[in-house]
Each structure stands twice: as C-alpha cells, then as structure tokens.
Design a protein around this ligand. Structure first.
Ligand code: AMP
Length: 415
C-alpha cells in the first residue's frame, strides 16, 4: 500500500530536534516568570468570528490564509492563525481583568495559516507570544520590548535588528490614510497588480510590498510619522526615550505597518540576517481597540509574538544550537533473561533516586548490550552476571576508563 505523507507545509518535530524545542520553551518560561507574565492556553480552534472581527476582513490572513470549516453542527470554525484575538476573547469571557486592571500573559503553541510553504514559512508553525493588557502608556510598550529582547538573548542570539514605527491613534491614521490613498491613486499605473488591489482594500498594507517597482514609488510616499497628532507623537517619543535610556538599538522604519488591522501607536519587528528572504522572526505592537471589537470594554493593550521555527533557523544558521540532552546515567546490563526481576529492582531504585536508566528489552547478548551502551554514550554500566545475581551484588563499570568493581546490592543507594 502507498505510504501516507504529512500535509504540505507541516513538519514532524522528530526526537532528534525536540531537545531544541524544549530548550527554547524552558528558557522562555524562565524569562516570562522573571517578568511576572503568566502562561495561558486557549483552544486551537475558535469561532471564525473571533478572527473576522479582529484581524480585519481585508487582511491576507482573513482573506486567503485561514483554515476555516463548518463543523458537524454547521458552525463556522477556524484553526487559530494567531493568538492575540483568541486571548482577548478569553480574557473578556473569563473576566480576568476584573481581579486586577493589569494582566501579563504569555503563550506557546501551534498556529495555522494557508500560506505558500517555503523555508521559514509553514502552514502549521509555532509561536511564543506575550501580551500586556490594561495600560495605555508607552512604558508598557517598552516592557514588552524589554521582555522580547531578554527572550532572544536567553537562547544565545545577540545579533538582530529591532525596527519600530508608530501608526498613531485612530484620528492620525485616518488623516494619513487619506493622504496615502491620494498618493497611491496618482501613481496607480506604476504599482504592481497586487498593490493596485490592496490600495482599494487596505492601503496601509501597500507600504509593506516587497515588489521592486512598488518600493521605488513608495520612496516618495507620504510618511505616517509626519501625520501624528500631539498625543500620538508624545507616545512614540516617550517610547523612544525609554529604549534609548537603556541603550537599546533600534531603527525607525516608517513603512513598517505589520499585517493586521488592529494595531495603533507603536508597532515593532525583529529581523535577522540569518534568515534569508523571510527575515522577520517576530513582532508586535499596541492594540487599544481590540477589546471593544470583541465585545469587551475599552482596554489598552500591547503584545508581540516570535516564530519558533524562525528562531531555530537563526540558531542553526549561526551555529548556536545547544548540545543535545545528556546520555542516560546508567545502562543496566543483564547476562541472562532469568535475571530480569533483579535488573528491574535495581533500575527502579535508581529511577526513584532521580537517575536516568536504560535496560535491554530485546534480549540482546551481553556484548550487544555493551555496544548499545557505547552508542548511547553511557559512561557507567551496571552488569548483572551469574555471580552477581547469585550473591546479590552488581558490577559497576566505567566504560571510559574500563575500571570496574563488584558492589553489594545495598550500595545501589549510594549511586
Ligand atoms: P505575525 O503573527 O504575522 O506577526 O507573525 C509573527 C511571527 O510568527 C513572524 O515574525 C514569524 O516569525 C512567525 N510566522 C508567521 N507566519 C509564519 C508561517 N507561516 N510560518 C512560520 N513562521 C511564521
């Protein structure tokens, strides 16, 4: 029969690489704790409306990339393409902001987008993200950026670029939007096909275009920062000052808009030269209107997400992957299947003491078990031969030095 294959754009995370995933998860969990962010896990699917109402009807994600289907009850369901909206849904539903008016959350898990698969771009990918709900102030934006940088550094990445921009408040953005549309209309015939369509549906996204002809035209486009009102300017200036005071390097990218509709004020993105064409490995921004869009009361918020596959690519390309997990502490080798109960007794005691122990389960010869131990990089083996079995003893052998000694059963406790 034909062998079955996994779905295009999905990847098995095999035992060989799971260590790196655990490494990132553990580091991120530790740093999140230091910043007092609490983990939250929401379902992998939501009512489609959660994403329709938040991400924006005219974005690529909602238009082209969502895994949406009717379930057997006829309800429209979507596999989550991102977390922010789902988290806000959960915070409102569970009244999490009633207990305190500030909430710090983080998450780690799979997300789904029907994109064209390529290096660093998958249909099921994973994100770590953090969200800070309840503060309208730039200090909150800065805190999430501090957290993001601490996370990146915790896994050994020191070279990256931080880009920031401001989309201003609703008022500034509306005025800018009009100016931008005017400019795009004047240049419509020179824009790429895709940008001509985007111009109608989501003009800010045209700034994001990677097409050379668009990039050239956009050099003369009006700049959003010139349209910020006093409130928006103050927010952005304060954020920049906080970052500068901590010697955090950033570049202002006036074309940075990020894909989603719900952002306002600060947006930011992290890029690496280790990634090729998909060079962004994370980003985020402020979203002060999302709670209301999802039926909650107005709550200012800011957050960001990292793509785990992209972080792993950076680690791999920069030769920064950590050494894999250690070999087992002991291999208990048995000369004869008859000694199985004695072997199990020793193995169980060692495991209860917290040691990692392996034994043979496929009735290999003593020699083959020793070869096995070598292959697994085990340096200490416990050998149960006929004499050891009869005398309630065991042989402890160091495979690196070949030193060995016979010990009484009770001395297992001292290992
Ligand atoms: P976004 O939610 O689009 O702002 O993406 C945040 C981060 O998630 C990106 O910078 C990527 O690192 C990662 N990411 C987004 N989409 C994908 C994808 N299709 N495959 C792999 N990583 C992704």
């Amino acid at each position: 029969m034909e062998k079955l294959q996994s779905i295009r754009g999905t990847k098995d995370i095999l035992p060989d690489s799971i260590y790196f995933w655990q490494f990132i998860f553990d580091k991120f969990k530790g740093i999140s704790n230091q910043f007092n962010y609490k983990e939250i896990r929401t379902p992998i699917f939501e009512k489609t409306e959660v994403f329709h109402r938040s991400i924006g009807e005219t974005t690529d994600i909602v238009n082209k990339e969502m895994y949406t289907f009717l379930d057997r009850g006829g309800e429209s369901i979507t596999l989550r393409p991102e977390a922010t909206a789902a988290l806000v849904r959960s915070v409102i539903q569970n009244s999490l902001l009633h207990e305190s008016n500030l909430l710090r959350l983080w998450y780690f898990g799979p997300f789904f987008r029907y994109e064209r698969p390529q290096k660093g771009r998958l249909r099921q990918f994973h994100q770590y993200g953090a969200e800070l709900h309840g503060s309208p102030f730039p200090e909150a934006d800065a805190e999430t950026i501090f957290l993001a940088i601490a996370l990146i550094k915790s896994i050994g990445i020191s070279k990256f670029k931080l880009l920031i921009n401001s989309l201003g408040n609703e008022n500034s953005r509306q005025i800018y939007r009009k100016e931008l549309i005017k400019f795009l209309q004047e240049n419509e015939n020179h824009l790429s096909q895709e940008s001509q369509v985007r111009m109608q549906t989501n003009p800010l996204r045209v700034l994001d275009s990677k097409e050379e002809r668009d990039i050239e035209i956009l050099q003369n486009a009006p700049i959003i920062l010139n349209f910020l009102d006093e409130e928006s300017n103050l927010h952005f200036d304060t954020l920049k000052k906080i970052l500068q005071s901590q010697e955090i390097n950033f570049e202002i990218d006036t074309k940075l808009v990020r894909g989603l509709d719900y952002y306002s004020h600060s947006v930011f993105e992290f890029r690496s030269t280790m990634l090729g064409s998909q060079d962004s490995f994370g980003g985020g921004g402020r979203y002060d209107n999302l709670f209301e869009q999802l039926g909650g009361k107005q709550t200012p918020a800011v957050g960001f997400a990292f793509g785990i596959e992209r972080l792993l690519l950076i680690l791999e390309n920069a030769n920064l992957l950590p050494n894999a997990a250690n070999a087992p502490d002991y291999y208990v080798i048995s000369q004869n299947i008859e000694y199985i109960h004695y072997v199990n007794k020793i193995t169980n005691i060692l495991r209860e003491k917290g040691k990692s122990v392996i034994t043979d389960v496929s009735r290999k010869s003593l020699k083959a078990q020793l070869r096995d131990a070598n292959k697994l990089n085990v340096s200490t083996v416990i050998i149960i031969g006929e004499d050891e079995f009869k005398n309630n003893q065991f042989t402890l052998k160091n495979l690196d030095t070949s030193e060995q000694k016979i010990l009484e059963f009770n001395s297992i406790q001292n290992l």
